[in-house]
Design a protein around this ligand. Structure first.
Ligand code: NAP
Length: 244
């Protein structure tokens, strides 16, 4: 009996930066990839075209991870169209930096809402499906800031550290169902998220002396989704040029 089936992946924040590279990587590994994003239709379409040009399979899925109802609809649509959801990459993210003493509540709320409530809103319905399937791979994009803390980023560091706690706890809950939950913690990666920062100043802090490429994060995610990573669970893997 031929038991091969094409895996289905949902990646948030797939319109740009690290998420776009992850989408290309997973489509290149043969998966059908849903490209989640919030509002930038042009960038998302660019990612989709890129995947199609490489003979990959993908579809756009515009939804805001801060809204529970939209996350529920997105997961329901994937399951209705594909019958299953094998891979979830929680990658969508924002930053709103300032020193903590100056940080107003909206900057705190937006960052925690996107990363932590976003994780809850989307991962819970996905986990319920993965438990039924008895298979799943969840990869959460954390950050070196969540491991070490970063001045000017108390909100972001809090959110990214929270994601590490969620990763470790959830991995223990559902490992017996053949579901792994891991985190990838990038250092400084060359994307729109670094806009407004001086790359030369950043490079001085990095032992490798350069920014990371989105593809360098995507390769690690690709490995975590592969059959070779079946026994890697509850881990946090840094991709940071030796920063930590
Ligand atoms: P980016 O280039 O700024 O892209 C952010 C992505 O997140 C976009 O696709 C955006 O969608 C999406 N997004 C933002 N808020 C959303 C929401 N509420 N709902 C749905 N989608 C939303 O960022 P990046 O650098 O690729 O970062 C990707 C992940 O890596 C983030 O979690 C970030 O914190 C983490 N990270 C980045 C670095 C770095 O140095 N770049 C380092 C460590 C960790 P639209 O295009 O529609 O706005």
């Amino acid at each position: 009996m031929n038991t091969w089936f094409q895996q289905t992946a949902l990646i948030t924040g797939a319109s740009r930066g690290i998420g776009r590279a992850i989408a290309r990587q997973l489509a290149g590994q043969g998966m059908f990839v849903y490209l989640g994003y919030r509002s930038d239709d042009g960038a998302a379409q660019h990612t989709l075209d890129d995947i199609h040009n490489r003979d990959g399979q993908a579809a756009l899925l515009r939804f805001d991870v801060t809204r529970q109802s939209r996350c529920d609809e997105a997961v329901a649509l994937v399951i209705q169209q594909r019958g299953r959801l094998d891979i979830l990459v929680n990658n969508a993210g924002v930053r709103d930096d300032r020193l903590f003493a100056m940080m107003k509540k909206p900057a705190w709320d937006t960052v925690l809402d996107t990363h932590l409530n976003g994780f809850y809103h989307l991962t819970r319905p996905v986990v319920r499906q993965m438990i039924k399937q008895r298979f799943g791979r969840i990869i959460n994009i954390s950050s070196a800031a969540g491991q070490a803390g970063n001045a000017g980023q108390v909100n972001y560091s809090t959110a990214k550290a929270g994601i590490i706690g969620a990763t470790r706890a959830l991995a223990k809950e559902i490992a017996s169902r053949n579901i792994t939950v891991n985190a990838v913690a990038p250092g400084f990666i060359d994307t729109d998220m670094l806009a407004g920062l001086d790359p030369e100043k950043i490079k001085e802090q990095i032992p490798a002396g350069r920014l990371g490429h989105p593809e360098e994060v995507a390769h690690v995610v690709g490995f975590l989704c592969s059959e070779h990573a079946a026994y890697v669970n509850g881990q946090v893997i840094g991709v940071n040029g030796g920063l930590l």
